[in-house]
Design a protein around this ligand. Structure first.
Ligand SMILES: Nc1ncnc2c1ncn2[C@@H]1O[C@H](COP(=O)(O)OP(=O)(O)O)[C@@H](O)[C@H]1O
Ligand SMILES: [Mg+2]
Length: 419
C-alpha cells in the first residue's frame, strides 16, 4: 500500500505483477485525462454510469473506473471472490484512493478483457451478425455459472457483460460487479430476482439500440429477455436436477457426467441415495466450474483458451492419440499426443497466421476458424486437406474479407501468408 498526502493519488493497493500506475495524471478527474495522459487508449465501451478510461503499459491494457469513496474497494473484493470461484469476469488488479479538486474518489483497476466486445458492437458490425444468436445462450450460461457459484449479480444487463468469441460461439464475461454478492449458495428468490433484472435491462438495452436504428425492423426486442430466461431455466435444470435411475443402470451415472463435461462443467462430486425402496437411485452431480476442457488442455499444453475452443482442440488431440496408438500398436498417453499436437499442428498454424494475430485477432479463435475451414474444404475435396492447406486458403479469404476474423483490415504486405 503506497501512501501520499498531496492532491492526486493518496493510496493504492495493487496485485503484484502489474505497473504501479504512479505516472497517471491523478490530480485530474478521469473525464479530464484526454490530452493529459499519453497512455490513454480509445477502445469500444458499453454504456457506463461512471467515468471509465483505458490505459496501456507496454501493450497491456487496463480499465480504470472512477467511483465514490469506498466503492472501488468493495467491487474489487467482489471480483476477487468471483475470480476465485472461476466465474468468467474481468480480472481485478487493484484499487486506488484519489483526492482532487472534486474531493475524494476511489478508482477500480481491472485488466482490459482482450478480444472482447461490448454487445452493441455485435449489433453494429454486420460481420458479427452470426454471433447475435449466440449472445442469448452466452448470457444464460453466465447467469447459471454465477448462481452455481452462489453469487447474486443484482445488475445483470447487456452493458455489464462483455462477449468473447469461443469456437464460433460466444462466452459472456461479467464486467460490473458493483452490486454483486457472494454467498455460500443462492436462494431461489435471489435467482428469480436476478432473472427479473436481466429481463428488464436486456429489453431496455435493446430498445436503446433500436432507437439508434441499429436493429433490423421487427426485431423482437421485448422477447429476447424471456428467451434468455428460458435458456437459463433449461440449463439450470440440466446441471442441478436430481435424476432417478434404476438400481442396475449405473452406466447412467457416467452418462450424466459425460453430458455435463460436454457442456464444459467439471463434476466434483456425485451423490447417490436409495429411493423407492431401494429400486432406484437418486443421483445428484455437483459441478465446480465450467473449465473442464480448459483445465485438461492447460495441464498438458500450457494453453488457456476459452472452454469451447479447448474442447475443439482436445478433440484433435484425441484423434492424434487414436492414430498414434494404432500406428504403434499400443496405447499412447494423451499427454504425448498433446505434445505432438502443440508442436506439430497448433504452433505452425498460429505462426502462419502471425499477421492476423498481430492485427489483434485471438489466436485460439483463429485456430478454431481454421479447423472449421479445414472441415469444409475436406468435405468438398472428399479427403482431409490438412491443416496447412486449410490455413493458406483461410488466409487468402481473410485478405479478401477481413471481417472474417473480426480484426482491422490486413496490411497490404502479406508477411505471414502461407505458400
Ligand atoms: N476490464 C475491462 N475490460 C474491457 N472493458 C471494460 C472493462 N472494464 C470496463 N469496461 C467497459 O466499460 C464499461 C463500463 O464499465 P462498468 O463496470 O459497467 O461501469 P459502470 O459501473 O459505470 O456501469 C463496460 O460496459 C465495458 O464496456
Ligand atoms: Mg455498468
Amino acid at each position: 500500500m503506497a501512501e501520499r498526502n498531496d492532491v492526486g493519488l493518496v493510496s493504492s493497493s495493487l496485485r503484484a505483477g502489474h505497473p504501479d500506475f504512479l505516472d497517471l495524471p491523478w490530480p485530474l478527474p478521469l473525464e479530464a485525462w484526454e490530452g493529459a495522459c499519453d497512455r490513454l487508449e480509445a477502445l469500444p465501451q458499453g454504456l457506463a454510469r461512471h467515468p471509465v478510461v483505458f490505459v496501456s503499459y507496454e501493450g497491456v491494457v487496463y480499465a480504470l473506473k472512477q467511483l465514490p469513496p469506498g466503492v472501488a474497494e468493495r467491487e474489487y473484493a467482489q471480483l476477487r471472490q468471483l475470480e476465485e470461484l472461476r466465474v468468467p469476469c474481468v480480472t481485478p488488479v487493484g484499487h486506488a484512493l484519489v483526492r482532487n479538486a472534486q474531493g475524494e474518489t476511489s478508482v477500480l483497476i481491472t485488466r482490459y478483457l482482450d478480444h472482447a466486445l461490448p454487445y452493441h458492437s455485435l449489433f453494429m458490425r454486420t460481420s458479427l451478425t452470426r454471433y447475435r444468436a449466440h449472445l442469448l445462450g452466452a448470457m444464460a450460461l453466465l447467469l447459471v455459472q454465477l448462481h452455481l457459484a452462489g453469487a447474486f449479480w443484482g445488475d445483470c444487463s447487456l452493458n455489464n457483460t462483455l462477449f468473447r468469441r469461443d469456437a464460433g460461439r460466444l462466452t459472456a464475461y461479467l464486467v460490473d460487479a458493483e452490486t454483486a454478492e457472494v454467498h455460500k449458495t443462492i436462494s431461489e428468490g435471489m435467482r428469480r430476482h436476478d432473472l427479473d433484472i436481466m429481463e428488464e435491462t436486456v429489453g431496455g438495452g435493446l430498445l436503446d439500440l433500436a432507437a439508434t436504428g441499429a436493429l433490423p425492423a421487427g426485431f423482437p426486442t421485448r422477447e429476447i429477455g424471456a428467451t434468455i430466461r428460458q435458456q437459463y431455466e433449461a440449463l439450470w435444470d440440466t446441471v442441478t436436477a436430481e435424476q432417478l435411475i434404476p438400481f442396475g443402470e449405473s452406466y447412467r451415472i457416467r452418462e450424466r457426467v459425460r453430458r455435463l463435461n460436454e457442456l464444459g462443467f467439471s463434476v466434483d462430486q456425485i451423490e447417490l441415495q436409495p429411493a423407492r425402496d431401494g429400486e432406484m437411485l437418486r443421483l445428484r452431480a455437483l459441478v465446480t466450474d465450467r473449465h473442464f476442457h480448459r483445465n485438461m488442455l492447460h495441464s498438458m499444453t500450457g494453453l488457456d483458451p476459452e472452454e469451447m475452443q479447448a474442447r475443439a482442440m482436445l478433440n484433435e488431440i484425441q484423434q492424434i492419440k487414436a492414430s498414434l496408438s494404432s500406428q504403434l500398436r499400443r496405447s499412447v498417453p494423451l499427454s504425448v499426443a498433446a505434445h505432438r499436437w502443440l508442436n506439430e499442428v497448433y504452433a505452425p498454424v498460429v505462426e502462419r497466421m502471425r499477421v492476423l494475430v498481430d492485427a489483434g485477432a485471438d489466436p485460439a479463435e483463429l485456430y478454431c476458424q481454421v479447423l472449421e475451414h479445414k472441415w469444409y474444404l475436406s468435405e468438398r475435396a472428399s479427403h482431409d486437406v490438412g491443416h496447412l492447406a486449410a490455413t493458406s486458403d483461410f488466409l487468402l479469404r481473410a485478405r479478401e474479407r477481413p471481417s472474417l476474423t473480426g480484426t482491422t483490415p490486413l496490411p497490404d504486405d502479406d508477411g505471414g501468408r502461407a505458400g
